[in-house]
Design a protein around this ligand. Structure first.
Ligand code: 3HC
Length: 304
């Protein structure tokens, strides 16, 4: 009987309907992995044009995943593709999109006021049970949650790029997050195929708190002329077994993102030398060298 009750209570929190707000790279990836694992997904952005891009990015990525998972079975690959794509609906009204949502994952631009405004309006539109989460990589979850009346059902769900490939999900708790909310987020993370780790609401959580200072030091190393970009990257790939070197990674995630994160943390924690902005990186961003997406960063790219 005890088992029956505990199962019932777990089942009450099962997440089936997911709303993803923001159709960029991260939001599209989050929508994709949710749909791939059987969830109904509403992907929200401001315009049908942006959503068209999200849709084609998702279709391309699902095709890669399906090909990999079902190498010798074309029918199974097609089934995975079709079923995944059919579970995602593309919508432009955020308030309507949360009406029957169990979980909202926000992946809009990294702007605190915009996120606060969004969650305040969603709070009024969503049912009581809906869990709210932000995919922010550098802002404080508590500050984002501060405008809503559901801090007990609020947390961080931080994904890594490319979302369909990277296996980690950071699940972030604020002091008000209930154990039930936390467990629901962990269970959902597992259901979408990720390995979850629990994080406190500290700058950069675990991965970016370590990765951002490391990448910054690699840029400073280049700035000092200690080694060439190629040699720094080769060193970390062959000497530390990483899939990409730090400068390749900076190009991959976007130099503007790196600068934005460091400047935000530096402003908040001016005494921490790890968060000191890097001149070379700032200069490159001013020159429009944002990395892969602009065609040039530490390296030049012919395809984005
Ligand atoms: N969708 C689906 N599958 C994809 C994909 C995508 N968008 N991108 C790559 N893949 C698959 C490929 O199909 C390929 O599958 P296969 O093994 O069957 O051939 C596999 O992933 C490897 O891809 P590639 O052969 O194209 O290239 P690589 O072997 O160089 O891998 C990479 C590319 C997965 C990006 C790898 O270089 C890597 O892991 N890099 C590190 C990425 C990283 O550190 N990300 C974290 C960034 S920090 C972050 O996201 C935090 C945020 O807050 C900013």
């Amino acid at each position: 009987i005890r088992r029956h009750f505990s199962n019932t209570s777990v089942l009450n929190n099962v997440i089936e309907n997911v709303t993803v707000i923001g159709g960029g790279l991260m939001g599209s990836g989050i929508a994709q992995v949710s749909a791939q694992s059987g969830h109904n997904v509403l992907l929200v952005d401001v315009s049908p044009e942006i959503l068209k891009n999200s849709e084609s990015a998702i279709a391309k990525s699902v095709a890669r995943v399906a090909k990999k998972l079902h190498k010798d079975d074309e029918n199974a690959a097609n089934k995975l593709k079709e079923e995944t794509l059919s579970r995602i609906k593309y919508v432009t009204d955020p308030l309507k999109s949360v009406e029957s949502s169990d979980l909202v994952v926000e992946a809009i631009i990294e702007n605190l006021e915009l996120k606060q405004k969004l969650f305040k309006s969603l709070d009024e539109a969503a049912p009581k049970k809906t869990i709210f989460a932000s995919n922010t990589s550098s802002l404080s979850i508590a500050e984002i949650a501060s405008t809503s009346n559901r801090k007990d059902r609020f947390g961080g769900l931080h994904f890594f790029s490319p979302v369909p490939v990277m296996r980690l999900l950071e699940v972030v708790r604020i002091p008000e997050t209930t154990e039930e909310t936390f467990q629901s987020m962990m269970a959902w993370g597992k259901a979408i195929g990720k390995t979850c780790i629990a994080c406190k609401d500290t700058p950069g959580f675990v991965v970016n708190r370590l990765l951002v200072p490391y990448v910054s030091e690699a840029v400073r190393m280049l700035e000092r002329g200690d080694a060439s970009a190629e040699d720094i990257d080769t060193a970390m790939k062959l000497g530390a077994g990483l899939p990409m070197g730090p400068l390749e990674l900076a190009d991959f995630t976007g130099l503007d993102i790196g600068v934005f994160v460091l400047e935000g943390w530096h402003k908040k924690y001016p005494d921490n030398p790890l968060f000191k902005p890097v001149e070379l990186q700032k200069r490159m961003v001013k020159e429009g060298k944002l990395g892969r997406k602009s065609g040039e960063g530490f390296y030049k790219y012919t395809t984005k």
